[in-house]
Write a protein that binds this ligand. Structure first.
Ligand code: BGC
Length: 761
């Protein structure tokens, strides 16, 4: 009976609306406007809105989109992504608006992950700035450029916590910490979306990948995830929720399974957690062919997995056309119902409405703006400034840095002259031809350059690690010849700068690694450089935590620059020569050995911890939780990073020793710049919940502030700690702050030792 009614209504709607284009009427309330559109749509047009093809022939997934032009005319496309260029976008939008029956505009998406044409540091590097204004500014400029060029939806921020540097996509997120990544999530959503989604320079953000994508077994991309509910809720979920709380318009599902059910078909995850518990009212999109991939996961054929996704609460199907080709059949067979399809259509139309696309489908299409705003000078200048904030100084023996302006330098290493690697992974729109290598950044300095070594010895690995063609130079000469030339270059210099590490494609999607060392070919070069007896400054390029034991022992200085974006080379020069004092801090732990992975500061105590908590973590104790052949401690801890100056953090004060539920506590410290340079320090606040109904981490970051201090200057830094900050999901999965004793630590890394305590009533 209901089925018949639906068919009648649809027919009526079709007859009523035939030939009628959707017309915006600002006097009509949004709900009414959208109801009227839905009532005019045929089933085919409804399902069409749920279809998100990718432009172009390239595919990373299980299949690719078909007949895009024809489908747009037939009203069978809701949006298009990764199409670049304002004129091309205008042409496509015109087809949708003028040639399709209802003229519903398309939404245009893109992976604008860390900048548009102006590339900023990779997200892991952005995280290392520990500066929320940087997160927001980067997103703001990205939105400014993207919308000027026709894009109104970005697949960012990626907020997958990861504690496994073997996983290549750790580069795309904010690292290991729940609090830090949640801050990033919030401020990036703010930066992209602004206060008004319909403004011409704001775009819709998309929190991804929901959920737990950063915890694949053994660090292998797309692999199975196995996690307890309370680790999900206490550690991995909060950054997604922070994006939802900040009003994100869309959420992308992840490729992995959660409790055995692929996220894309996981009703508990989408319907219960995301929509009901968190109140998310935007739309849910799959990842690239995420529906189709459920076939390989063992969930059934295309019709079954598409129905599964719809029943779970997915609204939009990226690339795979599972909805497009099977939903009608599933509806006729009662495997999905029309209310679900209507709800999905509604969410997508609402997003288009909020973006102002019904009012003006060409709102973001303005060639004049594109010319003026994309890669604008001031954006490039901001990219340079932000890059300097992202670099982390890991070692600086005898103050070898900053360099003197007239220092004679030998510049060696495969990453020195690799301009197109500087934007880093996932920078589809970047202007590679305009990016600045380290060699270019040092062009006005006194430099002798030699390649010194290839990225790796193995040509097959080299090709696989540079598959998209961003290839650091491959030199056919033997390793010995290359090293000989490098040694020659060091003859009359004061200092050696070795640009080493990974190529940009050695991190990112499908770039998992089992070895975190700098490749052997480059280590050989480094050894030859140490052997010259000249000071060696390692400039590291990486999209993950590396194991740097040997470099830490032998190099004089190590500056980790991640992939710094368009202006990398200039920004590195700014820091090497002290124009900017480094202030970045690690957003993830750097292990001593890959065997320590997963290693993270917010670990849990065991029943057999090392006996002396003040020990260096390196003295073996039988029948305690430690390794026979390695320390427990990392090489560089979370939150660590040096400056050219020194800071003293002292005088930790709490304004009360007992805290009532619902109350708050003021924590203050005195920070003084005690060295010889002006500079910024990141003051970090951690807590430890001493007794809980479940075991609690030994430390949890609860606040941080980046403060700039002139040399000799001191400031009071104040934190406000509320009982909200102390809440966690307890043994009964209730979100509570449990009464008892808490310790507070403040310092400039997760090794913060300055300590006080209070009691929660
Ligand atoms: C990635 C997503 C990305 C999507 C669209 C997928 O392969 O996992 O992060 O947004 O492609 O390009």
């Amino acid at each position: 009976m209901t089925q018949k009614l639906i068919v009648l209504c649809t027919l009526f709607g079709f007859a009523f609306g035939f030939g009628q284009k959707v017309k915006f009427d600002k006097n009509k309330p949004k709900d009414q406007f959208i109801n009227e559109i839905i009532s005019k749509m045929t089933l085919e047009e409804k399902i069409g809105q749920l279809n998100l093809p990718s432009s172009g022939d390239f595919t990373t997934g299980q299949t690719k989109s078909s007949n895009i032009g024809k489908n747009i005319e037939a009203g069978k496309v809701g949006g298009l992504f990764n199409i670049k260029g304002v004129e091309r976008i205008r042409d496509v939008q015109k087809v949708a608006v003028e040639n399709s029956r209802l003229g519903i505009p398309l939404i245009f998406g893109m992976d604008i992950i860390h900048g548009y044409e102006t590339a900023f540091p990779i997200p892991l590097g952005l995280a290392a700035s520990w500066d929320v204004s940087v997160y927001e500014k980067m997103a703001r400029i990205s939105a400014q450029e993207g919308t000027a060029d026709g894009i109104n939806w970005t697949f960012s921020p990626m907020v997958d916590i990861s504690r496994d540097p073997r996983w290549g996509r750790i580069s795309e997120g904010g690292g290991e910490d729940t609090f830090l990544v949640s801050q990033m999530s919030k401020y990036m959503v703010k930066g992209y979306q602004g206060d008004d989604l319909a403004a011409k320079n704001t775009m819709m953000a998309c929190v991804k990948h929901f959920a737990l994508y950063g915890a694949p077994t053994a660090g292998r991309d797309y692999n199975h995830v196995d996690m307890s509910r309370w680790t999900m809720f206490n550690t991995y979920f909060p950054p997604y929720k922070a994006g939802v709380d900040a009003g994100v318009g869309s959420v992308m599902m992840s490729f992995n399974d959660v409790d055995g059910v692929p996220a894309t078909g996981n009703k508990w995850l989408i319907d219960d957690v995301l929509r009901k518990q968190w109140g998310f009212d935007g739309f849910v999109v799959t990842d690239y062919t995420g529906i189709n991939e459920m076939i390989a996961h063992g969930m059934g054929d295309l019709q079954q997995v598409s129905a599964m996704a719809m029943n779970a609460g997915v609204d939009m199907d990226m690339v795979g056309e599972g909805f497009l080709t099977t939903l009608e059949k599933s509806l006729n067979e009662g495997k999905v119902n029309i209310a679900q399809i209507d709800a999905a259509v509604r969410r997508i139309l609402e997003a288009k409405y909020d973006l102002g696309l019904f009012e003006d489908p060409y709102r973001y299409i303005d060639s004049k703006r594109a010319k003026k705003e994309v890669f604008a000078k001031e954006h490039v200048a901001e990219a340079r400034r932000i890059a300097t904030e992202s670099f982390v100084l890991l070692k600086n023996e005898n103050q070898v840095l900053p360099l003197k302006p007239d220092a004679k330098i030998a510049l060696v290493g495969p990453m020195a002259d690799a301009a197109d690697n500087m934007p880093g992974t996932w920078s589809v729109a970047a202007r590679f031809e305009a990016s600045v290598s380290l060699k270019m950044g040092l062009k006005d300095k006194n430099v002798v350059y030699a390649h010194g070594a290839n990225l790796v010895d193995d040509k097959v690995l080299f090709d696989n690690a540079t598959i998209f063609g961003k290839k650091p130079k491959w030199d056919e000469r033997s390793a010995d010849e290359l090293i000989k030339e490098a040694i020659e270059a060091t003859k009359n210099v004061d200092v050696i700068i070795a640009a080493v590490g990974e190529s940009s494609e050695m991190s990112g999607e499908s770039s998992s690694m089992v070895n975190l060392d700098i490749p052997v070919a480059q280590k050989r070069l480094l050894q030859a450089m140490y052997d010259t007896g000249k000071p060696v400054v390692v400039v590291l390029f990486t999209g993950r935590a590396k194991t740097l034991m040997e470099e830490n022992e032998k190099a004089d200085a190590i500056l980790n620059t991640w992939f710094g974006g368009t202006e990398s080379g200039n920004a590195i020069a700014d820091v090497l020569f002290g124009k900017v004092n480094p202030s970045g801090k690690l957003p993830l732990t750097f292990p001593r050995s890959v065997g320590q992975v997963p290693i993270y500061y917010a670990h849990f105590s065991t029943g057999r911890p090392l006996s002396d908590e003040k020990s260096d973590g390196c003295t073996f104790e039988k029948f305690r939780s430690n390794y026979l052949d390695e320390c427990n401690t990392p090489l560089y801890e979370f939150g660590y990073g040096l400056s050219y100056t020194t800071f003293d953090i002292s005088n930790l004060k709490l304004d009360k020793t007992t805290l009532n539920q619902g109350g708050s506590l003021k924590v203050t410290v005195q920070v003084k710049n005690t060295g010889n340079y002006d500079g910024a320090e990141v003051v970090q606040l951690y807590t430890r919940d001493m007794v809980g109904s479940i075991s609690r981490p030994v430390k949890e970051l609860k606040g941080f502030q980046k403060v700039f201090l002139k040399k000799g200057e001191s400031k009071t830094v104040e934190f406000n700690l509320t009982t909200e900050d102390l809440k966690f999901y307890n043994a009964e999965m209730k979100f509570v702050a449990e009464p008892g004793e808490f310790e507070v630590f403040v310092g400039n890394s997760s090794n913060a030792k300055l300590k006080s305590k209070f009691e929660l009533k």
